[in-house]
Design a protein around this ligand. Structure first.
Ligand SMILES: Cc1ncc(COP(=O)(O)O)c(C=O)c1O
Length: 426
């Protein structure tokens, strides 16, 4: 289990500690559900990326967990941010991410978002559609990448696969060539190419094939576009995280080192000038850093073989199991050294069958136990909702025995404040 938990996790006398603090103390002080983020893990991952590609721009995929304190922490390590909405852009600016380290995405950017990127002086805007060329120019954008769909099918869930034929993202090769030509004719600086094949990748093959494909595509551009070649190559994010024992993603350092090597090899094969690399890791920076703590409520035997352990959150704080069958492990944070008493299903408290974990071995769970779910830093809080009018959880950053709230828990008053005419006079 320790391999799934953050670097600072320890089990002492059967009690889980994160960042040098007992999980039980964190739950008592900040309530549950609670997202606990280990600073050491996020920093170690950021440094692994920087070490493996010192000359590259590493732009954190903000969508994984948009949080100002986290963005600030990563910016201090030299990272930038990949942002896809005006909201993510505002978060990154608020965190002090230098504008030249911002990469602005979006498959349906509004004029307001294009203007926002231009006004912020974002280093790169990634064109995702031909019609964006003139709108980007009109908004005052100067420097762009063109996102291209390689047609390569990454081995991951279809909901998070993004570069196959028919993807809504980017431009197929012929349109991408046209997009570069149009953007240049419109006076935009086309700095290079972008490709992102998908998320939660557990092996390197699809990324390697993509790099080869991209080099051939760059060579085609040189031929068809008066010698134009990309100065910048952005390979997106995608490296997976281990949520359960049988998922074995490569280490970030190895994944990136292989990408760098593949890029150098493919580029020299086509005799292309060496480009500047951009990477946009999201999940692999923050996924393992996060542990969600839930309080166990009802424990109910439903059939001979199914006993539900119900927690005080569910699909509102982590919709991934329901969206695409994401799997998680769990442990009882205060009885971590007890042997399992059986297999349990962990369910949430929502008005749907929101099974968080279909089957997990635990010591016999009781009301009041603290259930810890590892590897929940990415795409959980960022995809959360207020289903059943449940306030969203708080997030705390832990390091060296200290905890800091980086996102406060929502209150019912926060939710009611959005309701028009909610006061008695309404
Ligand atoms: C364009 C782009 N870049 C980066 C990412 C981050 O991906 P990951 O969290 O898998 O690293 C995504 C995720 O969807 C993306 O769409």
């Amino acid at each position: 289990m320790l391999e799934l938990l953050p670097a600072s996790a320890a089990i002492e006398d059967g009690r889980l500690h994160l960042g040098g603090i007992a999980a039980a103390s964190l739950a008592a002080e900040y309530g549950t559900p609670l997202l606990v983020l280990c600073e050491q893990t996020a920093l170690a991952q950021a440094r692994a990326y920087r070490r493996a590609a010192p000359e590259a721009l590493i732009a954190y995929g903000t969508k994984a967990l948009p949080n100002v304190a986290l963005l600030r922490l990563l910016a201090r390590e030299g990272l930038g941010a990949d942002v896809s909405t005006l909201g993510e852009l505002r978060f990154a600016l608020q965190a002090g991410v230098p504008p030249e380290r911002l990469v602005v995405h979006g498959n349906n950017k509004s004029d307001e978002e294009l203007r926002g990127a231009a006004e912020a002086g974002a280093g790169l805007l990634v064109l995702d559609a031909l019609e964006e060329v003139d709108r980007a120019r009109a908004a005052g954008i100067g420097r762009v990448l063109v996102r291209v769909t390689s047609g390569i099918e990454a081995d991951t869930h279809e909901a998070i696969r993004t570069s196959q034929h028919g993807s809504k993202f980017g431009l197929p090769a012929d349109e991408a060539v046209e997009g570069i030509a149009r953007a240049r004719a419109a006076g935009l600086e086309v700095a290079g190419l972008h490709v992102h094949i998908g998320s939660q990748l557990l092996e390197t093959q699809a990324a390697a094939t993509t790099v080869e494909w991209l080099a051939a595509f760059a060579a085609r551009c040189r031929l068809e576009l008066d010698g134009w070649t990309p100065d910048v190559v952005d390979l997106g994010g995608g490296l997976g995280v281990r949520h359960v024992d049988d998922e074995r993603p490569p280490a970030a350092e190895r994944f990136v080192a292989e990408l760098v090597r593949d890029l150098e090899r493919a580029w020299s094969l086509h005799d292309l000038p060496r480009p500047r690399l951009v990477l946009e890791p999201g999940r692999s920076l923050v996924g393992r850093a996060g542990v969600t703590l839930y309080r166990v409520g009802v424990v109910k035997r439903a059939t001979e073989s199914v006993t539900y352990v119900t927690v005080d959150g569910g699909m509102s704080d982590n919709p991934r199991p329901q969206l695409y069958g994401a799997r998680y492990a769990a442990l009882l944070a205060d009885r971590a050294d007890e042997p399992p008493a059986g297999r349990y299903s962990v369910a949430g408290k929502h008005c749907e069958a929101d099974t968080l974990i279909a089957e997990v071995e635990l010591p016999a769970p009781r009301r009041g136990d603290l259930l810890a779910v590892p590897a929940t830093g990415a795409y959980t809080l960022s995809m959360s909702s207020n289903y059943n009018a449940l306030p969203r959880p708080a997030a705390v950053l832990v390091a060296d025995g200290a905890a800091r709230v980086i996102r406060r828990r929502e209150t019912l008053d926060d939710l009611l404040a959005l309701e028009v005419g909610a006061d008695a006079s309404g």
